[in-house]
Design a protein around this ligand. Structure first.
Ligand code: GLU
Length: 454
């Protein structure tokens, strides 16, 4: 679809296609889900398409299981892709491009082992030189090359970067400039013949007509390299936007950090819209507030609001948004969840505890508090004994609590915290929670009597 779109205050005439391109070598974490969300919202906001691409050419580290988890997590978040590709299905296409680049002299075979390269790098660093590949492979004589072939040594291939200025107008970083001579010729094909995503990504971005590449700032120098590869394979350049990386107070978030994966958050009762509401606003000029559907986020999405300073991720903020989300759900909304949880509560119970839960799974705890026996507290026995004597007979309703506590107040002279806290602790085992006037009828006469017993 060709559309006029206003992006960052200028009109572009193009069809928008973005992509999310995870390598299935681990679980999705908040960092890469943010990239997925931003790509998705950007394309939807502009009436474009969204592609999911599995960058699975690293045969050693990629697994079908991780790929399946990634798809499942994206479904759970509500992200739908219009186009799907798996790089492992496209190897002949990459092979053809490889041949083409070799013919052009832009891709050249190298025979150094890892150890040799490490030694070279160390020597350069000790001489105060930048650790750039010295292109020794280009100086090999025909004889030496022949010898390597005889020995059956397998080459890896590097892309020959041109010594020229590489420049693009990044939709987040603005004018971005690299000098070709400051970059090392990258390895595009490994010794075992597998290709790195540096090359395959460019081929796919060209073949699938990707209009905008939005990804983490850790890819900026890859982009500089890829700009030259786009030119070498005769492709127009897509637009680029590099998101500042996500940080917590303690660390940067990556696959290796652990503890930030979406499955973990899901298992912990965090709702998809809490995640999406937070991850699409951190690092922008807007404060994250809960949104109840992706449609809302699509409508208000603006790439121009993303800045260059690191995006701060705070799990407490996520919990706050989750509370906002769950506390507005209706009884009908949570019915499927109750079935899955195997508890049968009524609407009255839901409306009573709703303001006090951070996650739906907290319902179980309040449910248990209402229905299961609770050990009476050791303190305030005399006071609780008096309360017990004054407990009105059933039937109870929402005014029972105020009648009861007014009578206790008259009898004991207590008021405020002194009156309410011992009762709350005795009846629920907790210092905070839903209003007792609502909980009281849910707990019922027999259990209240038992909890007040000394
Ligand atoms: N597969 C790469 C990664 O997970 C991303 C490639 C790209 O965005 O071009 O880091």
């Amino acid at each position: 679809m060709i559309r006029m779109n206003l992006i960052n205050d200028y009109y572009i005439l193009m069809s928008i296609i973005t992509r999310f391109a995870p390598s299935p070598t681990g679980l999705l974490h908040v960092g890469n889900v943010r990239t997925a969300l931003v790509n998705y919202l950007f394309s939807r906001h502009h009436g474009g398409k969204f592609m999911l691409r599995m960058d699975d050419t690293d045969l050693v580290r990629s697994t079908a299981e991780y790929a399946a988890h990634i798809e499942e997590d994206l479904h759970w978040l509500g992200l739908k892709w219009d186009v799907f590709a798996r790089q492992s299905d496209r190897l002949p296409r990459y092979e053809a491009i490889k041949q083409e680049l070799v013919k052009q002299g832009r891709l050249y075979p190298c025979y150094e082992s890892q150890e040799e390269l490490t030694i070279k790098r160390k020597m350069q660093v000790s001489r105060g030189q930048p650790p750039l590949y010295d292109r020794a492979a280009l100086k090999l004589t025909a004889e030496q090359l022949h010898k390597f072939e005889q020995e059956d040594r397998k080459p890896h291939y590097r892309f020959m970067l041109k010594d020229e200025e590489i420049r693009w107008n990044d939709l987040i970083r603005g004018d971005t400039v690299f000098q070709g001579r400051h970059l090392s010729d990258p390895i595009l094909i490994r010794e075992d013949g597998t290709m790195t995503y540096i090359l395959t990504s460019v081929v796919d971005d060209m073949d699938f007509d990707i209009s905008h590449i939005i990804r983490g700032e850790d890819h900026v120098s890859n982009t500089a390299i890829q700009v030259q590869i786009f030119h070498a394979i005769g492709s127009k350049l897509p637009e680029f936007a590099h998101l500042a990386l996500i940080k917590t107070k303690e660390a940067e978030i990556s696959k290796r950090t652990g503890g930030f994966d979406i499955r973990g958050l899901r298992a912990n009762g965090i709702e998809p819209m809490a995640i999406s509401s937070l991850l699409t606003k951190i690092g922008t000029s807007e404060a994250p507030e809960i949104r109840f559907s992706l449609e809302d986020l699509i409508k208000e999405f603006d790439l121009g609001k993303f800045g260059r300073s690191p995006a701060n991720y705070d799990e407490a903020e996520l919990t706050r948004l989750n509370h906002k989300y769950v506390s507005q759900l209706s009884f009908a909304d949570i019915t499927p969840y109750l079935q899955a949880m195997g508890i049968t509560i009524d609407e009255n119970f839901w409306l009573s505890v709703r303001p006090n839960i951070e996650r739906l799974s907290d319902l179980r705890e309040w449910w248990d508090i209402c229905v299961k026996p609770l050990t009476p507290p050791a303190e305030e026995k005399e006071f609780l004994g008096t309360c017990r004597q004054m407990l009105p007979a059933e039937p109870w309703n929402e005014s029972t609590w105020s009648q009861w506590t007014a009578a206790i107040k008259d009898a004991t002279g207590r008021s405020g915290k002194q009156l309410f806290m011992p009762l709350r602790l005795a009846l629920t085992g907790k210092e905070h929670g839903p209003e007792l006037k609502q909980l009281l009828p849910l707990i019922g006469y027999d259990k209240v009597m038992a909890r007040l017993k000394g």
